[in-house]
Design a binder for this molecule. Structure first.
Ligand code: NI
Length: 186
């Protein structure tokens, strides 16, 4: 699938509110291809010039429902300052198998390719999670420990597989109320 600006489903599209189906394992060729396409899309959006030329928004993750396919597939690409901080994952059927009690959130709130314009407010997330998923690169089911920003991104993408959008988690009455004990990022 060639993913372009017009491929991205926007808030209001029912597919964004559906619970996605499990990807059958071993992963079908078309699902593996979609995972690769999702990952390369996110990678491409790190290039400012490419974004300008193709009218794309910069991103760090995308889930299959955002391109109209209601399957539990997602890709994340976060380029860290140090090579060891870079997180690139293409996953099928991810589930959070454990999480910290401590919360974390982005000081400036979250954004999403499917939500335009941004909705402001604090989005509470777990500071640390362990995700179990079929990892395309490893070719098997793995447990992945994520902390801080990558953990937040992963929780945002997993939400897409359950029909949730980040603003669902913002306290409507008090969107900027800090969370006691939470890690505040960037
Ligand atoms: Ni999103």
């Amino acid at each position: 699938m060639k993913i372009e600006a017009s491929t991205i489903r926007l808030d209001g599209d029912p597919v964004l509110r559906m619970k996605a189906e499990e990807g059958h394992l071993p992963l079908a060729k078309q699902d593996a291809k979609l995972l690769n396409d999702l990952l390369s899309y996110v990678r491409h959006t790190h290039d400012e010039k490419y974004c300008e030329a193709h009218h794309l928004r910069a991103s760090v993750g995308i889930a299959a429902p955002q391109v109209g396919i209601s399957k539990k597939l997602l890709a994340v690409s976060i380029v860290g300052e140090q090579p060891q901080d870079t997180v690139e994952l293409a996953l099928a059927n991810p589930i959070i198998i454990s999480n910290s009690v401590q919360k974390a959130y982005l000081a400036d709130g979250e954004s999403c390719l499917s939500v335009v314009p941004d909705v402001k407010g604090i989005v509470p997330r777990y500071a640390r999670i362990t995700v179990r998923a079929y990892d395309l690169t490893a070719g098997r089911i793995v447990d992945i420990r994520l902390t801080d920003y990558p953990a937040i991104v992963m929780q945002h993408e997993i939400d897409h597989l359950y029909g949730l959008l980040y603003y669902d988690r913002i306290d409507k009455k008090n969107p900027d109320a800090p969370i006691p004990g939470a890690i505040v990022l960037g």
